[in-house]
Design a binder for this molecule. Structure first.
Ligand SMILES: [Zn+2]
Length: 102
């Protein structure tokens, strides 16, 4: 089973990532802005990755002061779905922007 990493860096943001069997309130993911922690429910890898992107997009928009957009679940779910497909289905896109020399 594929696993998510435990830390994601996005510019100055450093987000801890954890996976858990269940999240209360029927949620699949949660972004804790105080602890800078993304919590994702364990599920199939595609759903887990889309949920991870969804929570990260919340954090990116919030960190950029786009507070209204950071609460727009429809916008965020659309972006997460689109980006997941873009990354999954186009290997050249992933390779093109990788850091060299890692
Ligand atoms: Zn959300």
């Amino acid at each position: 089973m594929k696993k998510l990493g435990t830390l994601v860096r996005i510019g100055p943001l450093r987000l801890k990532v954890e996976t858990v069997p269940l999240i209360p309130d029927d949620l699949r993911g949660r972004m804790d802005y105080c602890d800078l922690r993304v919590t994702i429910m364990r599920m199939n890898p595609d759903a887990m990755f889309r949920t991870f992107l969804h929570e990260v997009i919340h954090a990116i928009l919030d960190a950029n002061g786009q507070y209204d957009e950071a609460r727009d679940e429809t916008l965020i779910s659309g972006l997460a779905h689109g980006l997941a497909g873009l990354l999954r289905d186009n290997a050249w896109v992933r390779r093109f922007y990788e850091k060299e020399g890692k």
